[in-house]
Write a protein that binds this ligand. Structure first.
Ligand SMILES: *[C@@H]1O[C@H](CO)[C@@H](O)[C@H](O)[C@H]1NC(C)=O
Ligand SMILES: *[C@@H]1O[C@H](CO)[C@@H](O)[C@H](O)[C@H]1NC(C)=O
Ligand SMILES: *[C@@H]1O[C@H](CO)[C@@H](O)[C@H](O)[C@H]1NC(C)=O
Ligand SMILES: *[C@@H]1O[C@H](CO)[C@@H](O)[C@H](O)[C@H]1NC(C)=O
Length: 624
């Protein structure tokens, strides 16, 4: 167990005193801030451009998407991270659930034989925007900053397979050593903070202690204390003291940290989902009053390590019907957090300005309201044109939500193949400052056209078509109406039940549903099912049969890792008889899957049995 509180406090007093001394000598070993700017661990200006990649929060026990060993391009973690590096990202946000990290064993061993690892030049050219004018010089792309040993045709052999917390800490250290700033975020699915705040604090201490043991990672990770408190029904009346308590506790363990603080409690001002920092014109002491938080920061040794991190979305996610574009949007944002970058917060005659990092924003770019929002939000971040309201400074730090295709309300930077980039999103980030590796080549030879590129031929790639999923079908066109348009009063993504542990059945079936598309007749989805045997002993040998039923099931167009026996009257039966498919008690999961159509558009089965016995059914969650 992590240190108990008494020793923390003694340590805190000691370290606070040393930190004040250090500050007066202008320490440059910590991430920090000056006015509205971020400073890196060497004291130089820092701009964060990143995206979230979830999976440690929803029962997947690893970032999502590493599902198809046949395709190293989407299966090998280091390969994907190299793609991020080449796209120009320097930050990655990892949503997690403490309950998953500590109570859920890795569901997937991941380290395995895979399709051949792509070459560095294949990876470099896999992220070139087809509409960019790029001078092709294959020798000039940057090498990966961190490339673990790969045995031939083996992926992910470097990932810890023993516990989820070990894997998570390893991932953070790997990313930090690959040149990324790593934002770790206790996400909405995690019940810990609601159930037991002592436990919440102890887990934070343990996580920060573990990561801080790495000399590089300890200077490059960021604590995003609690995702979207509104989703738990909490406003500033709860969060002011909770935020301060977490920072008081963690700062003495690692005084290099930056802390991200999300807003809350201001839904009535149109602030949704992690927004809401307005400090004037509000009811003192109420859930929408952050003044006690800001006042509490004065005198804290970490005041220059606190970053304001609102989440800002368009109407398809927030459901807003006003103030999501134009001057209505700009006024709302300046009132909420823009003012903190320019005039700052004044208390007892002292004024403190804060940097802002947009901790989440994202969209499917499909509905008119979102397109208006995105254009005007860009102007606001750039402080350009009519959005230059004189009330805020430009905000260059943006963390996109997200890499994952399986985010129900926004989709991802990659489509359902997890390989193809959605260029309209990448280009939006390019306009905000994301600089891909080929941008200097582009500036050097602006007249070259894409046709002169050595275009990544499908034969030289592990073709995404080997992925057993919708990419071989007509382009998925998820309808905007399927996106959960929630308001802060309702709790988001309640569908996730990420704890196979609590299940009473000894068989668990974890479902991963793709965004549905239409096959021309019915809604269709690609379904991955991870089956585990959580009994204390006994193996179900390969050759087990399963049934899954849902009145809507009507046709399938592909299966993997099982033989279909029958699909009729909404019941699918099949047999998993490959030698490696034994369900070992307490062992890893066995993955089967299929592409199936459903007349009702619902894809989760009402029941799932293995050898006639019912399994508990859970889902990977999605949503921001
Ligand atoms: C490509 O880059 C290399 C290394 O910078 C340089 O030596 C070479 O001349 C370049 N080739 C072309 C065709 O520009
Ligand atoms: C898990 O594996 C990692 C290395 O892969 C190791 O550092 C760690 O101590 C292991 N943890 C346990 C609980 O065995
Ligand atoms: C809360 O967590 C602490 C630390 O793990 C534990 O000692 C305590 O028993 C828990 N309290 C409850 C009510 O479960
Ligand atoms: C800034 O705004 C002007 C018009 O207000 C527009 O023409 C220009 O493209 C904008 N610049 C950027 C970088 O968006």
């Amino acid at each position: 167990m992590p240190p108990v509180c008494r020793s923390c406090n003694v340590l805190a007093v000691f370290i606070c005193a040393s930190a004040i001394l250090l500050l007066s000598f202008k320490s440059v070993t910590a991430l920090s801030t000056v006015n509205d700017n971020l400073l890196d661990e060497n004291g130089n200006p820092l701009v964060l451009m990143g995206a979230s990649w979830f999976g440690f929060n929803n029962g997947a026990t690893m970032v999502d998407g590493l599902w198809n060993p046949a395709d190293a391009f989407t299966y090998d973690f280091a390969t994907i991270i190299y793609r991020w590096q080449l796209l120009g990202f320097n930050a990655i946000r990892l949503p997690f659930s403490m309950q998953n990290l500590y109570d859920v064993a890795p569901i997937n061993k991941l380290s395995t034989q895979c399709g051949s690892i792509p070459t560095f030049s294949q990876i470099a050219y896999s992220v070139v925007d087809p509409s960019a004018k790029v001078a092709a010089n294959l020798s000039t792309f940057p090498q990966p900053n961190n490339w673990p040993t790969h045995s031939p045709s083996t992926c992910n052999e470097y990932l810890p397979q023993n516990t989820t917390i070990d894997r998570f800490v390893w991932v953070v250290k790997f990313l930090a050593n690959a040149g990324f700033y790593v934002i770790i975020d206790d996400h909405t699915e995690d019940p810990t903070v609601v159930n037991n705040q002592t436990q919440f604090m102890s887990y934070w201490v343990d996580i920060v202690t573990r990561i801080s043991q790495d000399p590089v990672a300890r200077k490059r990770f960021i604590v995003d204390i609690l995702n979207e408190p509104d989703a738990r029904g909490w406003g500033w009346n709860v969060m002011s003291s909770l935020y301060l308590q977490v920072m008081d506790t963690l700062y003495p363990i690692n005084n290099n940290l930056l802390f991200f603080v999300e807003g809350c409690g201001q839904g009535s001002f149109g602030a949704n989902w992690g927004d809401g920092f307005q400090t004037t014109g509000i009811n003192p002491g109420s859930g929408n009053d952050p003044n006690p938080f800001f006042q509490g920061l004065f005198g804290k040794p970490y005041i220059n390590q606190v970053v304001i991190s609102p989440h800002v979305y368009g109407p398809s996610v927030t459901g807003a019907s006003s103030n999501y574009f134009g001057s209505g949007l700009w006024t709302r944002l300046s009132n909420s957090f823009g003012y903190l970058t320019k005039t700052g917060y004044t208390f007892n005659g002292m004024t403190k300005r804060f940097p802002v990092v947009i901790g989440e924003t994202g969209s499917k770019f499909q509905i008119d309201g979102d397109l208006k929002f995105l254009a005007d939000f860009k102007s606001y971040l750039l402080n350009n044109g009519s959005a230059a309201d004189g009330l805020h400074n430009a905000i260059p730090n943006v963390i996109w939500w997200d890499w994952n295709d399986n985010s129900g309300d926004t989709g991802g930077l990659v489509d359902s193949t997890w390989y193809n980039l959605i260029w309209i999103k990448v280009e939006y980030l390019n306009a905000l400052g994301l600089t891909p590796w080929y941008s200097s080549a582009s500036a050097a030879s602006p007249n070259l056209t894409p046709s002169s590129l050595p275009s990544p031929s499908s034969s030289s790639y592990p073709s995404p078509s080997t992925y057993p999923s919708p990419n071989s079908s007509p382009a998925p066109s998820p309808s905007p109406s399927s996106s959960p348009s929630t308001s802060p009063s309702s709790s988001p993504s309640p569908s996730s039940s990420p704890s196979p542990k609590g299940a009473s059945s000894s068989c668990n079936a974890l479902f991963q549903l793709s965004t549905p598309w239409s096959n021309g007749q019915w809604p269709t989805s690609s379904i991955n099912i991870y089956i585990t045997n959580s009994a204390s002993s006994g193996t179900m040998p390969a050759g087990w049969t399963f049934t899954m039923s849902n009145a809507g099931y009507v046709a399938q167009s592909g299966t993997w890792n099982f033989r279909l026996s029958q699909l009729s009257n909404g019941v699918v039966t099949g047999i998993a008889d490959q030698s490696w498919e034994a369900l070992v008690a307490g062992g890893g999961s066995v993955n089967i899957g299929l592409i199936i159509s459903s007349t009702t558009g619902s894809f989760l089965p009402k029941s799932f049995t293995v050898n006639g016995k019912a399994c508990t059914i859970s889902t990977f969650s999605s949503g921001h």
